[in-house]
Design a protein around this ligand. Structure first.
Ligand code: SF4
Ligand code: SF4
Ligand code: SF4
Length: 357
């Protein structure tokens, strides 16, 4: 999100309490999380940036996806200057957002690099993504890892990858804390759910402004209120699962577990929340859950189109129980679909009321 602040203006506003958000997408990334965030509605990025939410501090967002500042530190459009200001300790406070996994630059044994972001003015050479993290993390009020690549390594960190890629907690340490005492905040998803991220950013901004308690995170550093339940618990198709009624092919409205859905063991609120504006959400609209929010993604959930191994026992039990329950329910449903017998024309009143006329 572009801001029109010149550095001097920004300095003044920094003094007035502007919180800067430095968004680094220079890891191993497809930028899918940046793109996803543009679809946020609860709240939208416009509401966050324009200060439409009561009590939210003023913010200045430096985000490569849509920032119109795009040049080097010395150019007219000095996008990267904000990063060097933060590195020099001249940007206070700021939140560092990281998108994409962090490659291990120690493994290639050359002067080259796997991933970089802007140039080092002293050498004219690209700055490695890992070097930015080394420099900025100690100065940031909060570090937010967005998307499963940045949180846990994701697709780039699959077995057999050449880069030794990892997530931000693997790189900085799982018990790392910012200078303000905040743990790394992880919002996984491939890509992130737009509102999960915008809501988390708003929470952190309120916390930075002293208006919210410490953000509650689970052991994998995810916001508890967003990742505390499973896909299965919020899935539109869970009734079919409970009745042992499973889809055998795509296009069926029934439970997708035998087609490869991992929903019963995956922490994600997407089916409950919908994807955009409450609409959609993987299994709700016919897509198997491939567990994209999980630290074990993707290796532990492949091959994606096979039924999860653990599902054989649970679906067999569900089919035995569900077949009986479904028959009983059908009987009750048929009875419930008929009106009580006294709703008829004629002079007889058979409702059980004692006539007083
Ligand atoms: Fe792209 Fe997924 Fe990685 Fe985000 S988590 S950068 S969407 S591959
Ligand atoms: Fe659970 Fe997946 Fe079936 Fe939905 S489709 S009920 S999440 S197993
Ligand atoms: Fe990813 Fe599954 Fe959530 Fe869809 S429902 S976003 S595949 S974890």
């Amino acid at each position: 999100m572009s801001t029109t602040l010149e550095p001097e203006q920004a300095k003044q506003e920094t003094d007035e309490g502007v919180v800067h958000i430095l968004w680094m997408n220079g890891g191993l990334s497809c930028d899918g999380d940046s793109v996803a965030l543009t679809a946020a509605t609860q709240p939208s990025i416009e509401e966050i940036v324009l200060g439409a939410l009561p009590g939210l501090p003023k913010i200045a967002v430096h985000w490569p996806l849509i920032d119109f500042e795009c040049g080097p530190e010395t150019g007219a459009d000095n996008f990267i200057a904000w990063w060097h200001k933060a590195d020099r300790g001249e940007l206070e406070p700021f939140v560092l957002v990281v998108e994409g996994s962090i490659p291990n630059e120690a493994v290639h044994g050359t002067d080259g690099y796997w991933a970089g972001f802007g140039n080092n003015p002293a050498t004219g050479q690209p700055m490695k993504t890992s070097e930015w993290l080394d420099r900025l993390a100690p100065k940031a009020t909060a570090v937010v890892a967005v998307g499963t690549c940045a949180t846990y390594g994701g697709i780039h960190a699959m077995a057999g990858n050449p880069t030794g890629a990892m997530g931000v907690p693997d790189y900085l340490g799982w018990s790392w804390k910012s200078k303000a005492g905040l743990p790394i905040v992880c919002v996984p998803g491939c890509p992130i759910h737009p509102d999960n991220l915008s809501e988390t950013l708003v929470y952190l901004l309120y916390q930075v402004a002293g208006q919210a308690p410490m953000i509650p995170l689970d052991a994998e550093l995810r916001p508890q209120w967003l990742f505390g339940r499973t896909v299965h618990e919020g899935c539109d198709r869970a009734g079919y699962y409970e009745q042992g009624d499973f889809a055998k092919e795509y296009g069926s409205p029934k439970c997708l577990v035998k087609l490869g859905c991992w929903g019963p063991v995956v922490n994600c609120n997407v089916p409950k929340r919908g994807w955009i504006n409450g609409v959609g959400g993987c299994p709700n609209v016919g897509g198997i859950c491939i567990a994209c929010t999980m630290p074990g993604f993707p290796d532990k959930f492949m091959p994606f189109m096979d039924a999860p191994p653990g599902s054989k026992v649970s679906t067999t039990a569900s089919m035995v129980y569900g077949t009986v329950i479904r028959r009983l329910r059908k009987y009750t449903q048929n009875a419930s679909n008929k009106e009580p017998k006294w709703r008829t024309k004629g002079s007889d009143l058979s409702t059980g009321y004692e006539k007083v006329w």
